[in-house]
Design a protein around this ligand. Structure first.
Ligand code: WT7
Length: 651
């Protein structure tokens, strides 16, 4: 990747924090020096953010790499740290969750309410025979019971495996089997795009072939008709809501497994990423405090992710609740019943901190500036982004149109495997550059290396690696220690290989370039799909773009771009042809002639996974005129028909 293009390095805009923000910030510049001076002592101080039943004897045991143990000998209860200790400190009446259902129903849940529900669920699960170490599958919509179920497992030392509510019966059955889960917690359905969508029917199909499941616990959310299997099924309201509300939390070992979360990867069997308790909660809590500058008494925090992704685990459940935050939880989609729904929620609850994904931000750009402009967004003081590289233009739009041109924007890089944010600006410290995740957080050591594992100099590009184990690191892949070693620790000796390409600019700040599989080789030059996409999105007529490399007889690979024009842009006939030429020239001018796309197609939608990542694999199939591969993880399966049918006109 040494020949990567230089465009991102030319981004010169930089936005220091507002003075008042910096003056009141949770972390100051000195945190970096403190962590550098003694990394383990730094993490030990962060672990003291939590209440431990027993102190650890050793901060880190790295005697058997890559298998790390943090806070060895320490004992704590994760749910106690998220609930009881806030109540004991007199904060039981504080709102933990403002729940907003898609149809407009709301619930206000205090820490005392949440504690009561979690204790009931812990007692109910215990009655059903769940003991510490057992696995419990959770397949729920974005409703408060999802957080209750997770915390109830944590409270009794059981390991939860949350499966995103949009996954198929096959995917659910595979995950239940892999972990031999004993119980699955689900709902009749959830509300999506104005309709009740079924979950229980999918669970029925899955459990018909998963012998490990003993009981199915069903939350009534939509009231839709469902099949009832009296041998397996139990209603949540008859089981949990009638259980005793007293439950004493027992302390577990710092390395007690807390959850398994499956990442799909591109082709192979999903990997069950295993996270444990003490180190995970330490880093989720610390990063939520540091990166979101959370002030529990005044902030209203909203992370728009689904609980089925790691973002929901770390930044809806464990980070915010361990910090005593008040947060918004929203069940539905951003365009139901109208395209201003998110901004209406920000206005209604006075949201101060918003954490969302680039794919959502680009969608809002496409829908037009006039929509957020209709709402009062002045409560916002900090914006965050996660999930993909954020194009500089999308970053600028987010800051200007949502943040009123003043809020810091934190672009947070991390993975299911890292458990918590690893690379991000500190909002009260860093002068952020649009599109850069900037620097590793205090206590984290990241670098960019070349093929031979040499650190690249400033201005160079290569592979992102992490040098030292961190508290919320995955401990293994469930049931497959070898695959854990192979996948993450074998590419470069002694380093964690994240699978992402990255660049260091002349100041040493980091620019993430997407998965290394998404780098194209055009006439011997490495070009990252992210760079070409950012160049396209920087054109005023473009809302979103996805770029792939297609086999080409002359250049090896050629650049093919799928582009969504902004609302109101003329795309029919000659106007469309002219726009395509204009965009090809724009890329050539921005990045250099080598990056000029061979072909640009104007499309209405892009194929995305349910977590919002572009499925470049399918676009490569289209670009190379192949029949489409597996589309089962697509968020909207009609998108590919739309794209394929529009193709002939697009060249
Ligand atoms: C991959 C991890 C972390 C929670 C959501 C995704 C990409 C994530 C960024 C960012 C550039 C990013 C990487 C990473 N990614 N955040 N701020 N800038 N890329 O979790 O599904 O495990 O995906 O998402 O490629 O490896 P995940």
């Amino acid at each position: 990747m040494s020949e990567t293009l230089e465009n991102l390095l030319n981004e010169t805009r930089q936005f220091p924090p507002p003075a008042e923000f910096a003056a009141a910030a949770n972390l100051t510049e000195s945190a970096y020096a403190e962590a550098r001076a003694d990394r383990l002592a730094f993490w030990e101080r962060q672990a003291h953010r939590l209440s431990w039943a027993k102190e650890w004897d050793q901060v880190l045991d790295w005697s058997n790499p890559p298998f790390a143990k943090w806070f060895v000998g320490g004992q704590l209860n994760v749910a106690y740290n998220c609930l009881d200790r806030h109540i004991e400190a007199g904060r039981g009446d504080k709102v933990a969750i403002h729940f907003e259902g898609e149809p407009g129903d709301t619930r206000t849940i205090t820490y005392a309410d949440l504690h009561r529900s979690v204790c009931q669920a812990a007692n109910a699960l215990t009655d059903l025979g769940v003991v510490a170490g057992d696995r419990v599958a959770i397949y729920l919509p974005m409703i408060p019971e999802a957080a209750v179920a997770m915390l109830a497992c944590a409270r009794i030392g059981a390991t939860h495996s949350v499966v995103f509510g949009g996954f198929s019966a096959d995917a659910l059955a595979g995950r239940i089997d892999d972990a031999s889960a004993k119980i699955v917690i689900t709902a009749d359905g959830g509300f999506r795009r104005g309709k009740p969508s079924g979950l229980k029917s999918i669970v029925d199909e899955a459990v018909a072939r998963t012998p490990s499941i003993e009981k199915v616990l069903v939350v009534q959310r939509t009231g839709q008709d469902i099949e009832w299997n009296s041998k397996l099924d139990l209603w949540w309201h008859e089981t949990v809501e009638t259980a005793p509300a007293e439950h004493e939390a027992q302390a577990f070992d710092a390395e007690q497994p807390l959850f398994i979360l499956y990442t799909s990867g591109t082709t192979a069997k999903p990997k069950g990423i295993l996270h444990t308790s003490g180190g995970y909660l330490t880093q989720a809590s610390f990063t939520h405090h540091a990166v979101f500058d959370l002030k529990p008494d005044s902030d209203v925090y909203w992370c728009t992710a689904d609980i089925g992704w790691v973002t929901g685990h770390s930044y809806i459940v464990y980070g915010p609740l361990s910090n005593g935050a008040t947060q918004v939880m929203y069940e539905g989609t951003p365009d139901t019943p109208h395209r201003g729904r998110f901004w209406e929620i920000v206005q209604k609850y006075g949201v101060t901190i918003l954490y969302t994904a680039p794919t959502a931000i680009r969608t809002f750009m496409k829908w037009g500036d006039d929509i957020p402009a209709q709402f009062d967004l002045s409560s916002l003081r900090l914006l965050g982004s996660v999930g993909e590289p954020i194009n500089p233009e999308a970053w600028m739009w987010y800051r200007e149109k949502i943040g009123g041109g003043t809020t810091p924007v934190v672009d947070t890089w991390w993975q299911t495997e890292t458990g918590a944010i690893m690379i991000s600006p500190l909002p009260g410290v860093t002068a952020a550059k649009p599109g850069s995740a900037m620097r590793p957080l205090p206590g984290i050591t990241a670098d960019v290396v070349d093929d031979q594992a040499n650190s690249v100099p400033n201005g160079g590009g290569g592979y992102l690696v992490l040098h030292e184990p961190w508290p919320s690191m995955l401990r293994t892949i469930w049931g497959d220690d070898n695959r854990f070693k192979e996948t993450y620790w074998s590419r470069f000796e002694g380093m964690y290989f994240a699978g992402d390409g990255a660049k260091k600019d002349s100041d040493g700040d980091l620019w993430l370039l997407g998965r290394v599989d998404d780098v194209m080789l055009v006439s011997g030059h490495n070009i990252s799909t992210t760079e070409v996409e950012s160049a396209l999105v920087s054109h005023p007529k473009v809302a979103e773009a996805a770029v792939v490399g297609a086999t080409d007889p002359t250049t090896g690979q050629a650049i093919v771009a799928f582009t969504i024009p902004r609302g109101g842009v003329e795309t029919e006939g000659e106007a469309g042809e002219a726009l395509i030429q204009e965009l090809r020239n724009h890329v050539a001018k921005t990045l250099g002639p080598i990056a000029k796309p061979r072909q640009i197609m104007l499309v209405a939608e892009l194929p995305k996974t349910r977590s919002g990542k572009i499925m470049r694999r399918l676009l490569r199939d289209v670009a190379e005129n192949r029949s489409l591969g597996d589309v089962t993880t697509l968020q909207d399966s009609t998108v590919m028909d739309l794209i394929s049918s529009g193709l002939n006109s697009g060249k």
